[in-house]
Write a protein that binds this ligand. Sequence first.
Ligand SMILES: [Zn+2]
Length: 457
Amino acid sequence: MKLMGKRAGILFILCVLFAVGMIFLLFTYIKDAPKWAAAPFNQHLYRSGELVRAGQILDANGKVLVSTIENERVYNSDESTRAALMHLVGDPKRGVATSLQVTYRNKLVGWNYLNGIYHFGGGIGNNIQTTVDADLARATYAALGGRRGTACVMNYKTGDLLCMVSSPSFDPANVPDIEGDPEKYDGVYINRLLSASYTPGSIFKLVTAAAAIDNLPGVQSREFVCEGSYDLLGQEITCPSVHGRQNFAETMANSCNIAYARMASELGPETMTAYAGKAGVMSGQDLDGIGVANGHFSLTGAAPGDVGWAGVGQYDTLINPLSYLEFVAAIANGGSAVTPHIIDSIKTPNGFPARFAIDLPIHENVLSGSTAGTLRQIMRAAVVNNYGEGNLAGYGLSAKSGTAEVADGKEPHSWFCGFLDDETAPLAFIVIVENGGAGKDAAANVARTVLEAAVGK
Ligand SMILES: [Zn+2]
């Protein structure tokens, strides 16, 4: 009996070990199988490390951006469309980590837990329809003209991104010698909309203004005096011009550093940090599961003058362009933010949905309706009185420019962000041209060209 008991005990231990092993295997399978299946060593899907067998990626109008034809990955026939959308679609060597051919490769190759890589009906993987307009992307890429930067247009009612372009780029169908020209292709694999963060400069004044409207009683009827320079508790705040006497709305159109530094100083570090948080500056959201870089805003240990400079968008503040576009879109949308999207649908070759995620746009109240309304008015006034509408008269173009000083002695970054206050074209936008100089010149010109293309002008 004693022996029997011992054997039963050993058997029991073996059974437990077997069960633990099976659970571990199952867990590892669930966790890692998608990675193994779509990994580049899978000869069925890749050749020489390049993805060959996968579904199509399409633009919002059904234009094919990439597909597999006879075991070859074939990109769109137009060279500038290919370059304009390279960061979205991806390159053959998977250099752009945020591209769909990397982040959505399991869906594209048609992998699932039940069947593995199973191509029902003989098709090749699932097809991804995106929200972008290929023609608009091409026009945007041309407008950036080879300068480093990014431009994005988003429908602020639905969250759909109509345009997401990052420059520099390259033609994924004819990959150039990137290592051979490090200067030209520096950072070429980075989608600057998603993965970069920059000093915001004056576009950050929208955050300071929102905080001031909510927390400084009577601020909208105050007069601000600018003599070009101001001593803020021992630190000099300078303005590029002497703006003289200004009302609240005029401080935005003039982009007066002294007015915004004073407001930030009165608001204090705690309120400024709270509003930077509301604007989503510190925490990058994701874009359909694709990671977005965080920004930075911290006034811990900051001197009083630093708080002033932070209110102007300088100090050590950094913003991610997509996250800031979400804030601008919330202003346009009466204070409610919508979740941005780049994927419209994922379908099997037979047209069945291959993604069942219930992903309704989350409407989050970033600002009150009245605060958003006030910001809309002063951004509209800034265009009418300062920036100009170009060919966009009648669309309610409302905007804020930014000229962000950078540390390395180069030209400042040029920003322009805003929206069309128009029910028929509810479009928010953001543009940065790195080292492009004044925001109301370089970035504003790109933005106007892109918006004209978007509304069909
Ligand atoms: Zn000023």
